[in-house]
Each structure stands twice: as structure tokens, then as C-alpha cells.
Design a protein around this ligand. Sequence first.
Ligand code: FES
Ligand code: MG
Length: 570
Amino acid sequence: MSQRDVSSAGGRLFTAEGQDGLLHRAFLRGGGFSYDDVRRTPVIGIANSTSDLNPCNKGLSDLIDHVKRGVRDAGGLALEFPTISISEPYTRPTSMYLRNLMSMDIEEAVTTAPIDGVVLMGGCDKTVPAQIMGAVSANKPSLMVTAGPRPVSCHRGQEPFTVDDAWDFFDRHRAGEVDDQEWEEFEGNLNTGVGTCNVMGTASSMAAVAEVLGFALPGSALAEAAAQKRRDIAYRTGFEAVHAVQRNQSPQALISMASLENAFRTVTALGGSTNTVIHLEAIAGRAGLQIGVENFRRWSAQTPHLANVRPGGVCTLPELDAAGGVAAVLHRIQDLLHLETLTAQGGTLGDVLAETLPAANPAIAERDHPLSPRGPLVMLQGNLAPGGAVLKTAGVGDPTLFKHRGKAVVFNGLEDLNARIDDPDLEVTPDSILVLRGLGPVGAPGMPEVGHIPIPTKLHKQGVRDMVRISDARMSGTSTGAVVLHTSPEAAVGGPLAYLRDGDEITLDAENGRIDHGVDPEEFAARAPYAPPPKPIRGFAKLHAEHVLQAEHGCDFDFLRHALPVEDRN
Ligand code: FES
Ligand code: MG
């Protein structure tokens, strides 16, 4: 059942009899479409999120013609239209601030346009979840071409060199270990082509999610952005989009607790990004579902980490793709999956895995020798995070930090952090717990990827490379470390983080999924909370502040979640 009742007539607008049909065809003819073109059905929209301001999605512009050819060869008419594009590196305060806005753009464009279905072209972190969220709400048949990762590069003989290498480089620079010449060389070596971040960060994790939820073609997540394989994927997606319309493949029907479980287990086996927890909950909400901390916890605990790729492993995405990609990983955990869920081609996940022949490969650990027997995304709760928090254990060099007690060093927002983190007089030891607050969904606004608090330079110089860090922010999927994220409720709405003070004892116990402070509850409650900055008074910022939900609800807007209860899904 669609929650919308304002859906357009779709492509029937062009085939209608009489004056209306003639007028609509005539407008298209004026744009260069032929007599035959304007009578083709179905009509497939192509939602183009390319932009000079979004280098990760830049390669999509070369793929659009291949999508159009696919649509045409299957008998349809392809009509391209522009959408908002959200760039992770360039959007301030964070791309997440615009994710829900982009989802609204997609929903309204797809709903109101004279199209029968759509191919969504997205890539950089937030564009993929925004497109899936919008597609689920619009509920017209929707397929997706993700941008694909940019090439792996080389820096001063360090090869392979990937985007996650930047974090250590920046720490070395802050410690004075990088000269001006290397600084300039690094700028040219970091990104040597178009595409999304070339590790299992948020973009690649969400591309895998798009595959497993049935929006992107099986095998499409990891092909490099400019590779011939991706052009083939684009062509086949256009072709399949026509069939998706013919079988009336509803995005809402693709989203069930079974497909969401498959998606999260996929992220877990891939060692993927913490951000997927938020995006999956937001996608679930658009279909009238809620995943919840307990399900995430259970699925994570049962699912081994198998993909040995950066940043949580050693191999590269091209190596994982050559080893069979997402399907080869899923083949090894198929007893944990719901094999009846649908793919973008209309078959089942079980059909795809039945055709997968996973050979032994260093990029994928075998089930009996996993990178870790349980998933690297650990859900936490406790008196510091009643609504939940998340910790990624993959790639953390010092596992003793997963059970750690230390004293809080509290920073109020980014300005305070930047002003004091490298102060030689900062009272901090390797055992301290760095706390950054005021950067949650409401606070920043939009929950920027700054939870990966830098190690204070004076400790970095002593050889400290990791510390327990806690915030209500997110972090880049390319980052690693003993970093507790998405702490909910956030400080800006009066969550426990707002009451924390320097020197308070905090205990992280990842094994038992706990994050707690040790302050007497009465004393804690009697404290004056941290005072957040004033709320915005106009525009989208006001809408965002008034309607954005906390992390456990996917940071969606309250009015965008599915309006009707969905009772017939498992
Ligand atoms: Fe765009 Fe990583 S910054 S995908
Ligand atoms: Mg990111």
C-alpha cells in the first residue's frame, strides 16, 4: 500500500488520447525526441546527482548514456532529471544535514513526474541512503547505479595507498613529521580518479546495502568508478529498470525485517561503516519498521567479520571485487541470511548465491577463521547512552581499550576541541577518555563526522595512537579507533552527555555492550547541563532542528516516517 495518494499518471501522460496526450508529447518533441520516442513505454526517469561540487559522484555523468541505452533496448523511454547532490567533503556542517532534504527531493520528483519507474544515480555517502529513503516513500519501481570506488593510488612508494591512509598522515603532519614537499605530493596522490572512497567506508557499505536490499544489481557495489564493468552495470540497470516496472516491483515491498537483517549482516561481514546503522534505521522507518538496538546487537553478535579489506583489514576493494565481491562474502554466511528476499533483477538472493562459486582468497576470510567471530559494529547502551551508541571494533590496534575505565576530558563542540586538544597544558593521559558533545543530530546540526577526536599531540609524540573517545557525533566510515559514536540522546537535547564533567569516571565494556559513567545518580541529575547554542529561527535549519529524530530513529524527520502501520511484514 502506498502512503501517497498524489502520484502522477506516470508515463500514461504521454500515451493519452486527445489534446492532453498530444500536448505532452509535443513538449518532449520540442526537446529533440522523435515521434517513436515519445510513444515508448514504460517511461524511466534517471535521477542524476552529478555535480562539480561532488567529485565522488562525478563519474556518474559518464554512465548515464549507458543507462539510457539499456532502457531503450528494453523498449522504454529514458528521461534524465537533476536532483540535489550531497558531497561528503564539501557540505558544511555535514552532508548528513542534507540527507533528509535530498530524500524529499527524490520522493517529490519521482512522485510528481510522468515516469513509471526510476534509475537512481548516487554514490557519495549520503546520496545512496537519501535516494533509497525517497524511493521507498515514493514507492515507484526504483533501481540504482552506485558510483563505484575511485582507484587505489600510491604515495612515496607506499602502495596500495587509500583514503584511510590520510588519517595517519595528518597525525604525522600535526606532529611535525611531514615536510612541505611531501604535503604537496600528498595532495596529488590522495585521489587519483573519480569515484567514492576506495575502502569499505560508508559509500561502499551503502552500495552493498543497495545490492542486498534489491535496488542495485547483484555484483555492482565494488566495481571501480571508471571501469568497463561499471558501464556494463549501468547498461544492465537501465534494461532491468524496464522489467522492474513491468513486474511492478514496489520499493516498500523490498523493505522487510528480513531484507534489513540481510543488509546489516552484509555490512557486518564486510566490516563496514558505523553510519549504516543510522541509514538502515531511517530506511526501515520509511517502510513503517523499526530495527532497534536489540536486533542490531543480536545480528552483529552472530555474524562474523570476513572481508579482509581496508579500513578494517589489509586488502583493497579491487581485490575483494576480484574475489567475487559482496556475493562471495555472503555465500560464506548464507545460513544466517533470508535467501527468499528479492534482488534488483526480480530473482532471489538465494538464486544469486547459488550461482556464486567462492574460491579461497586472501581478501575474504573463511568462516572457520574469521577476522573476528562476531561483527565489528558493537551496539552499546548504559547510563551514558540510554538510547544507544555504536563502536566499530575492526581495525582497532589495541583491543584492551574495549574494556577500559578512565577519567573524562570533556570538549563542548568543535571550537572548544580545536582550541584545546593540542594545548600542552591539557590535563590528559593515555588512559583518559576524550568526550566531545554538542555534535548530535540537533546540536551541530546534522551529526558531523568528527567523533574521531584526534589524539592530543603531546600524547601522539609519546607514541599513543588510540584512546577511548565518546561523542554524540558520527565518524567517517574510513576511520578506525576505540571511538564510541551516536551517543543518544545527544547533549543538545539534554542527554546524559550534557551533564558530564572533566574527571568523571567512565567505563566502556564492549563485550557486554555497556557505556556508563560512575557518578552518583542524584549528584549527576542535580548538575546544570551543558548549554547548547540557540536553535535556528528560519529556513531548512529550523525545519531540521524541530523535526530531526535521534540516532536510534535513523535521524529521519518525524513527518517522513511511514504514516501507516505496516502489519503484514515479518
Ligand atoms: Fe564521497 Fe567518501 S567522501 S564517498
Ligand atoms: Mg564518509
